[in-house]
Design a binder for this molecule. Sequence first.
Ligand code: NAD
Length: 327
Amino acid sequence: MKKALVCGAGGFIGGHLVNRLKSEGYWVRGADIKENEYGNVNSDEFVLGDLTDPIVAGKVVEEMDEVYQLAADMGGAGYIFTGENDSAVMHNSALCNLNVLDAACHAGVKKIFYSSSACMYPEYNQLDPDNPKCSENSAYPAAPDSEYGWEKLFSERLYFAYQRNHGISVKVARFHNIFGPQGTWKGGKEKAPAAMCRKVAEAKDGASIEVWGDGKQTRSFLYIDECVEGIRRLMESDFSGPVNIGSEEMISINDFAKMVIDIAGKDISIKNITGPTGVRGRNSDNDLIREKLGWSPSLPLREGMEKTFAWINEQRETALLVKNEQQ
Ligand code: NAD
């Protein structure tokens, strides 16, 4: 039986990945500084620990065949684009990567996966909302618009340096806006899809929801199951990456908000306000993943958003019920 470690198992993608590996017959150890908020993790063993501590990293990699390093200090635009969390984002995430990769190498782990982000692409290629460029070979000259993106770029290079110097097999994916049930949906670290669902779920008919920016900025969003499928396919392939794992279904943020309002069946208007927005346009470019893995994500955005809205609405209603019972 293969043994895998998932770092960041207390988080959104890590929790789903643990469950996927379990369904494939792996023995799985999860590691995170916190428990999975929604209990969405069926690991055989879960280690609560801080991976910025090299001793913790050294322990969790022991006896593992594969490592999936997803632990990072991250959040949505309200967390990574305000500037207030820059030092924590860079320090904590870089240390998790430095420690886990080095420990994995010394422990004789054969293969390690690293989750980079589309935030490492240069801002100058993402100024036109209708025509952003995010092909893998457009990363340099580097000019990410956030420290989060710079840390991802540094860590990508770190993984490939270890592959060259120490022979550990490395797989690097650049995720583009992953969303779905069991993801953070409140508290300040939530990303656009969850924030949009929460705002629409909370709004009454006739009310408006606030959307950051002029709403003309574009993005693509990938449903969690397809992200996990991409991770596993990359891990089983003989391609190292870096490769985009994202959707090519680009949409403006205001149209995205309208989609959620339509899913909810509510009469709600949009109020665009000033807020942290990131680059003007971003879309995944899936030519390389199609070429190397013979696969690319295909689920329509609306289908994923219907499932996500239903889950967030249910979470909100449960929270309200509990609050009312306590009063
Ligand atoms: P998440 O915040 O839900 O999960 C990250 C987990 O890392 C959290 O549970 C957190 O507690 C853990 N962590 C942070 N610091 C730690 C530490 N010092 N020790 C141990 N654990 C620590 O985020 P996610 O959406 O599941 O993202 C997973 C990975 O994918 C991250 O590396 C993220 O940067 C990357 N990524 C995500 C997206 C997205 O849209 N969700 C997009 C691009 C890249």
